[in-house]
Design a protein around this ligand. Structure first.
Ligand SMILES: [Zn+2]
Ligand SMILES: [Zn+2]
Length: 265
């Protein structure tokens, strides 16, 4: 059993075949998926993410404004997202939030302000957070150390991890899990693989971030949750662990973190 800790199957690239995608995941041994809501918080984008989680027993979801869209965050956006959290038991996290200094779709100072604000909101709602950090690792760690260092913090997930061992060492004590996506299978990802090899298995998750980042050997195709198996088997082999043990442990990490149980069938 595996869990895809970060996917975007509510997006329109899955409108044609979402039922089949969810079924293929199940058939491939992916027992659960966390669908990350993204988009414009003044539109129906986040309602769509929650609707997908409501539709499938083994799909959960999160809401939170991506750093790309930080400039759209305001009181009204926040009210809308809080309402969605309260509307469904399937909303189990706030995110993805963070900093993206690669694309800079929102001004950096706005990204930082909105990131801090959303961590506080998640704290008030007693929700764990999902972090997106690209080319902003130092700033991300600084903010997390500032905002997450308190007793009742529910922890977080560093999604599509692309940082260093040093970063891991600073985040794990705060209660963060580290999630690896398909890019860990790419040729140029030696540094990332070294981090995975050293990271304790009980802090690790795997994800697809689909429809993006399709793992080898399927690179070039649309990614989907079933393909998390390729990332998991690649990492298990690299770390010299049996795939079944790797799958069991990462699944257990996810279930423990969110206090969830696998669906019965
Ligand atoms: Zn992301
Ligand atoms: Zn994502």
């Amino acid at each position: 059993m595996l869990i895809d800790s970060h996917c975007h199957i509510d997006g329109e690239r899955f409108d044609e075949d979402r039922d089949e995608v969810v079924q293929r995941a199940k058939d491939a041994g992916v027992a659960m998926m966390l669908n990350i809501g993204t988009g414009d918080p003044h539109s129906d984008d986040f309602r769509r993410a929650v609707a997908v989680a409501e539709r499938y027993e083994n799909v959960y979801c999160s809401v939170g404004v991506h750093p790309h869209d930080a400039k759209l965050y305001d009181d009204k956006a926040e009210e809308h997202l809080i309402e969605l959290v309260k509307s469904s038991k399937k909303v189990i996290a706030w995110g993805e939030i963070g900093l993206d200094f690669h694309y800079d779709h929102s001004p950096r100072d706005v990204q930082i302000e909105v990131f801090r604000r959303q961590i506080k909101t998640a704290r008030e709602l007693d929700l764990p957070i999902i972090i997106h950090s690209r080319e902003a690792n130092d700033e991300t760690v600084e903010i997390l150390q500032d905002e997450c260092n308190y007793e009742e913090f529910r922890g977080g997930i560093m999604h599509c991890f692309g940082g260093t061992l040093d970063m891991v060492k600073q985040l794990v004590p705060l209660g963060f899990l580290i999630s690896f996506a398909g890019n860990v299978t790419f040729k140029n990802a030696d540094k990332l693989r070294e981090v995975a090899e050293i990271l304790q298995l009980n802090r690790m998750l795997v994800e697809t971030d689909c429809p993006f980042l399709t793992p080898e050997p399927l690179r070039g195709r649309r990614n989907e949750p079933a393909f998390v198996v390729h990332t998991a088997s690649f990492l298990a082999e690299y770390c010299e662990i049996e795939l079944s043990a790797f799958a069991d442990q990462t699944t257990q990490n996810f279930l423990n973190f969110f206090k969830l149980k696998l669906p019965a069938d």
